[in-house]
Design a protein around this ligand. Structure first.
Ligand SMILES: Cc1cc2nc3c(=O)[nH]c(=O)nc-3n(C[C@H](O)[C@H](O)[C@H](O)COP(=O)(O)OP(=O)(O)OC[C@H]3O[C@@H](n4cnc5c(N)ncnc54)[C@H](O)[C@@H]3O)c2cc1C
Length: 450
């Protein structure tokens, strides 16, 4: 057999691929043959860290800029997806960076499936508060078999299927032309004085930068404003590992009592025999890696112990573990210190804000009232070109248990994206954006502002 050099062997493979699979595949062959991965490692990583005087030192290095954009959204949870869609629909060029491989964050990968605080009780029945892009997403889930339950006229606080939600989010982002970077973990901010010029993220290709005119921190944990040096509050909260159980419809009612009131099997999902089970979990620091690791390990052990007990109960033998969340249930870690903080007292006093940009629906903890969220709760005290959204907006210790619900996150996500695009278009800092114009834009996009 003719002996081939490695280079000519690879070229032959590339040509064979081109013949068999058409011109689109030639690129893949060329990437392999061109050894661009090796090049990337030399250029992007800048060499390994070194030891100097017993300390680990990361060398100074130039970081390549992978793209420049108008609005950069960090985090593809429910708030980040809303922000990216809103900014794109308002006319901005948008890049969305997400550390995992799917969208939805806690709502999907965290298996938190019930969208709370979507409506309030009104004289004429239920009044919808989560409108605009969030409601559009929920309605699109209705078109998918097994996509959502309790969504539609006369219903509130729907429960969605996580896979359908990931899929619909990705479709909506693609339709809106959002530039998406998955499997990309944002690690630092790029600053010039008080101005955030972009972010750094790590991926399998090493470290890259994205430059942006405005950055929306939708990481849930305030990773960007934390890195940028924005004032914020740290929280210790409960950390849980949510899971789903299958075969729940096979519980024999005769042996286990009334299966509709099965106390350990939590609530229904769009899938007929599947229940989702919430977990309170222990108090912990959600930024501490040892704590997070222990919570993953203990949480998994706890749900399996619980399952064993369920399976030992007569009539429930066939219940099985469908899945545990691939993302730990982090409730709160950092919240922004904003130009205004949403407080429990103001909310209970039905405070109305001139700069309201989002209204969440009823939740028992806030007396089932509609809750206003002002624009200033998204704006940092000092850092320019930055907005926060979702569960890390400025709220006091009590109200963060409301602002972090999926319903409110959908509406603050929408508001942040539209505000970011408006700031870009107006060539101003988000803090200087014309709030009346922002409110008009949000209403035109279907948002409910009271
Ligand atoms: C156990 C538990 C039960 C809950 N139950 C309910 C409930 O029943 N109903 C309800 O409405 N709400 C509930 N919540 C609250 C709600 O699920 C979340 O607060 C909400 O989904 C937060 O949305 P978010 O988009 O702000 O943040 P997240 O969902 O946390 O999204 C943040 C996104 O950013 C990504 N990200 C984070 N850091 C980085 C980084 N450095 N670089 C790149 N990407 C990053 C994450 O991967 C994620 O996709 C619950 C929460 C928990 C933990």
């Amino acid at each position: 057999m003719e002996s081939l050099s490695r280079r000519s062997f690879l070229r032959k493979i590339a040509l064979a691929g081109a013949t068999a699979l058409g011109p689109g595949i030639v690129g893949a062959g060329q990437i392999y043959e061109g050894s661009k991965i090796v090049e990337a490692e030399r250029v992007y990583r800048g060499g390994p860290a070194i030891i100097v005087d017993g300390k680990v030192i990361q060398p100074r290095r130039e970081v390549p800029v992978i793209c420049e954009t108008d609005v950069l959204v960090v985090g593809g949870g429910c708030a980040g997806v809303m922000s990216a869609l809103a900014a794109a629909r308002t006319g901005a060029k948008v890049t969305l960076v997400e550390r995992y491989g799917c969208f939805g964050g806690l709502w999907t990968a965290g298996l938190v499936l019930i969208v709370l605080a979507t409506h309030v009780e009104a004289d004429q029945g239920l009044k919808k508060c989560v409108r605009g892009i969030g409601d559009e997403l929920l309605n699109r889930l209705l078109k998918i078999k097994g996509g959502i339950i309790n969504q539609g006229p006369g219903m509130r606080d729907p429960t969605s299927d996580p896979e359908a939600t990931k899929y619909v989010m990705a479709e909506m982002l693609s339709e809106a032309g959002v530039d998406i970077l998955l499997n990309s973990w944002v690690t630092n901010a790029v600053m010039e004085g008080n101005s955030i010029e972009g972010i750094l993220f790590e991926s399998k290709a090493g470290c890259h930068a994205v430059k942006a005119k405005v950055v929306v921190d939708a990481s849930g944990d305030g990773d960007v404003f934390g890195a940028a040096g924005a004032e914020h509050v740290r929280h210790i909260h409960r950390i849980g590992l949510v899971h789903r159980l299958g075969n729940v419809d096979r519980i024999a009612a005769s042996k286990s009592g009334d299966k509709r009131s099965s106390p350990n099997l939590s609530s229904n999902t769009p899938l007929p025999s599947v229940r989702w089970v919430n977990m309170q979990g222990p108090q912990g620091d959600c930024l501490d890696i040892r704590t997070l690791t222990q919570c993953e390990l203990d949480g998994r052990r706890a749900v399996w112990e619980k399952l064993k007990k369920i399976q030992q109960t007569p009539g429930r033998e066939q219940v099985f573990m469908l899945d545990t969340a691939s993302q730990l249930g982090i409730r709160a870690s950092r919240t922004l210190t904003g130009l205004h903080e949403v407080t429990f007292d103001e909310t209970m006093a039905n405070k109305k804000y001139a700069d309201v940009v989002a209204i969440g629906g009823a939740y028992a903890f806030v007396g089932n009232r509609a809750c206003q969220i002002p624009y200033r709760a998204l704006v940092p005290l000092k850092i320019d070109n930055l907005l926060a959204t979702g569960r890390c907006v400025a709220a006091d210790n009590l109200m963060l248990n409301y602002t972090r619900l999926i319903g409110p996150c959908l509406v603050t996500g929408h508001a942040a994206g539209t505000a970011a695009a408006l700031a870009v278009d107006s060539k101003c800092r988000p803090r200087d954006a014309d709030v009346a114009k922002l409110q008009r834009l949000l209403k035109a996009q279907g948002a409910y502002l009271g």
